[in-house]
Design a protein around this ligand. Structure first.
Ligand code: SF4
Length: 332
């Protein structure tokens, strides 16, 4: 898969780093526009909502300056800011839009050595082995198509790191990861949804079949693999769609995943900002904000009402128990 961009916005100091130089060459035919900071590009942040799709065509290069880890209590112990934030795909619910609004385009940070050093030091200093989530701000498998950062990260952490790293993805481009010396220290998590939701809501991501194939290949390459059914979106006909998804998983996941994998299930949350952007930028997309099922959760955010959540949760548990029999780590 090749990713095409229409322009690169860059902090000039980024070109002092090997990745900056490499990308300068790789995208030499594009316009390169110098910026003061990847966090402040007034000509982009002042764009109209309807230009969201156009903004996603840009690539932004910078140096990551904040390296603060946030405690987490799910698969990982810590959320780690890593080599990118933002993403080229356009899932209608993407939580990155809550953080970056229209500016949720792909930003690459060229100072990966510095980020890895901190990761290795923090891992070594922890009282017991920790798991670090390095993909909470972007999709690293997609990022890898541009940067090649993942094989470097996986092998370096395998050789020098203590504990584990993990990242989720909605993409299938795992070939460069299959023959790495990962030593089981990377937990790969594939996110899945019914094909119709992928096609209409997770715009620009890999189809379900390809995601399942990629998860199987990773498991067969010895990586610990988990699946995320996320986010569960209660569009009309959701019971049929998710029942079918679970059947497909039961039929096509390899034995390694069924035997030692795990499931995370996350029901969709949505925000006022996303609704505003989606309404203007994707007028023909399905409306995933259903007022009759959702309720406010503060600060412009919405989630499914308690009784709706309870019904979805009971349904999914029952389907998984009867068809897939994989352990559910949590339903959030
Ligand atoms: Fe956001 Fe992930 Fe979709 Fe990218 S793939 S737009 S990071 S939800």
């Amino acid at each position: 898969m090749e990713l095409h961009f229409d322009a690169v916005y860059y902090e000039p100091q980024a070109l002092d780093y090997p990745l900056g130089k490499e990308l300068r060459k790789k995208y030499e035919d594009l316009p390169w526009i110098p910026i003061e900071s990847h966090n402040r590009i007034p000509e982009l942040s002042s764009s109209e909502n309807r230009e969201f799709g156009k903004l996603k065509q840009h690539l932004v290069l910078g140096i990551r300056k904040t390296h603060k880890y946030v405690e987490n209590h799910k698969v990982s112990d810590w959320l780690v800011p890593y080599t990118s934030s933002g993403c080229r795909a356009m899932c209608l619910y993407c939580y990155l839009v809550c953080n970056y609004n229209k500016c949720s385009y792909l930003r690459l940070f060229v100072n990966r050595e510095q980020m890895m050093e901190k990761l290795l030091k923090t891992a070594a200093a922890a009282p017991r082995p920790q798991t670090f989530e390095i993909g909470s701000n972007s999709d690293l498998v997609l990022e890898n198509v541009v940067t090649g950062n993942l094989p470097w990260t996986i092998e370096r952490f395998a050789a020098e790191g203590r504990g584990k790293i993990t990242f989720p993805t909605k993409f299938d481009m795992v070939k460069p990861l299959l023959n790495l010396d990962h030593r089981g220290k990377t937990i790969f998590r594939m996110s899945v949804n019914p094909p119709e939701i992928i096609r209409r809501v997770e715009i620009g991501t890999s189809p379900l079949e390809a995601r399942i194939r990629a998860a199987n290949e990773m498991a067969q390459a010895g990586y610990p693999v988990g699946l995320l059914i996320a986010p569960v979106i209660l569009l009309e006909g959701w019971k049929e769609m998710y029942a079918e998804l679970i059947e497909t998983l039961a039929d096509s996941l390899c034995d390694e995943i069924k035997r030692s994998g795990f499931l995370e299930i996350i029901l969709m949350t949505y925000s006022f900002v996303q609704n505003a952007i989606n309404t203007e930028a994707f007028p023909n997309a399905p409306n995933i904000f259903d007022r009759s099922l959702m309720t406010g959760r503060g600060r412009g955010k919405y989630c499914y009402r308690n009784e709706v959540r309870a019904e979805a949760e009971a349904f999914l548990r029952e389907q998984i128990e009867s068809k897939l029999k994989m352990p559910i780590l949590y339903i959030a």
